[in-house]
Design a binder for this molecule. Structure first.
Ligand code: PBG
Length: 330
């Protein structure tokens, strides 16, 4: 054997046994990293499937505790609540958003009482409440910024007063984080956290979510005048910088898998708590392939979640949260 015949460095050596693979593993995924989005609906004794999200359901409040209990038992740190507003309560200006006794606030009060340990995240935007499906108020066919922020502030304060621990503005209006922060402090809620949907893109991947909410059919036009252009990532850094200056405690990038590069840039640039939303369309995509037998269910789910950790995310909002927590425990 002549010198130089063998490679000195063989990266496969560390992959040879499970024990070295464990030792050299660079990232971890744990239940601590999971946030579960939950859809709530009016009525009683109601559990309905979301057609485009197999395995995901909308539940009425009397069924909510039973729905959330497994997640609480699995020690999932937080859930994110999304209300389905009955059509007759939706109007041009999203009035129901500011009702202190709306579905979201009632759900928050109920869950705070039943499961005081689990963190509650409240989405703040007008789209579940407007007859046009937009996240803000419309004047002359344009979603107007500052008047929308005024309503979002009331919505946020009501949610926090009802027991929401983390306000998550998903509306992409300018200046809303600062306005919400000031209002929370002025209302004696200085410990209510803000997780801003800082870099939220105008994405096709929200389709199944809009089906779940019943806002998809209502939506007039698109959200491109306020949500970000998928072509941009420098702009995502500006959005994040601004939200942090305005008082955001945590930031989010959304969608997730198509935007792993953005997650990585945000995390590396700011070193702040950074979250990713594996949105409804990503869930639908994976589930469609899984149900066809084209992907291995457990491996595809866990690999997709690990990719967020590798990109630098602290945690992931994912419809797979309970299943992932179960797999992590096994
Ligand atoms: C509301 C909101 C949306 C999602 C979360 N909050 C939809 C949208 O902006 O149209 C999407 C979540 C998902 O697709 O899973 N502003």
């Amino acid at each position: 054997m002549s010198i130089g015949q063998f490679p000195h460095v063989r990266l496969r050596r560390n992959r040879h046994d499970r024990f070295t693979r464990r030792l050299v593993s660079e990232n971890t995924l744990s239940t601590d990293n999971l946030i579960w989005p939950v859809f709530v609906t009016e009525g009683t004794n109601s559990v309905t499937d979301v057609a485009s999200m197999p395995g995901v359901q909308r539940v009425s409040l009397d069924r909510l505790a039973a729905h959330v209990e497994p997640a609480a038992n699995l020690d999932i740190p937080a859930i994110a609540l999304f209300p389905i507003t009955p059509t007759d309560l939706r109007d041009e200006s999203g009035t129901e958003a500011t009702n202190p006794d709306n579905l979201m606030c009632r759900a928050a009060r109920l869950l705070k009482k039943e499961f005081p340990e689990i963190g509650l995240i409240g989405d703040v935007a007008l789209d579940p409440y407007t007859s046009h499906g937009h996240d803000g108020l419309i004047e002359d066919d344009y979603v107007v910024n500052d008047p929308s922020v005024d309503i979002l502030v009331t919505q946020a304060v009501n949610q926090a007063a009802a027991g929401i621990d983390i306000i998550a503005p998903s509306d992409m209006m300018d200046g809303r984080v600062r306005a919400i922060r000031e209002a929370l402090d002025a209302t004696g809620l200085p410990n209510t956290r803000i997780m801003s949907y800082a870099a939220k893109y105008a994405s096709a991947f929200y389709g199944p979510f809009r089906d779940a909410l019943g806002s998809g059919g209502l939506l007039k036009g698109d959200k491109k005048t306020y949500q970000m252009d998928p072509a941009n990532s420098d702009e995502a850094l500006r959005e994040v910088a601004l939200d942090l200056q305005e008082g955001a405690d945590m930031v989010m990038v959304k969608p997730g898998m198509p935007y792993l590069d953005v997650i990585q840039r945000v995390r590396q640039t700011f070193s702040v708590p950074t979250f990713a939303y594996q949105v409804s369309g990503e869930y639908a995509m994976l589930m469609a392939a899984i149900q066809n037998g084209w992907l291995d269910r457990e491996r595809a789910i866990m690999e997709s979640l690990m990719s967020f950790r590798r990109a630098g995310a602290n945690g992931v909002l994912t419809y797979f949260a309970p299943e992932a927590a179960r797999l992590l425990r096994a």
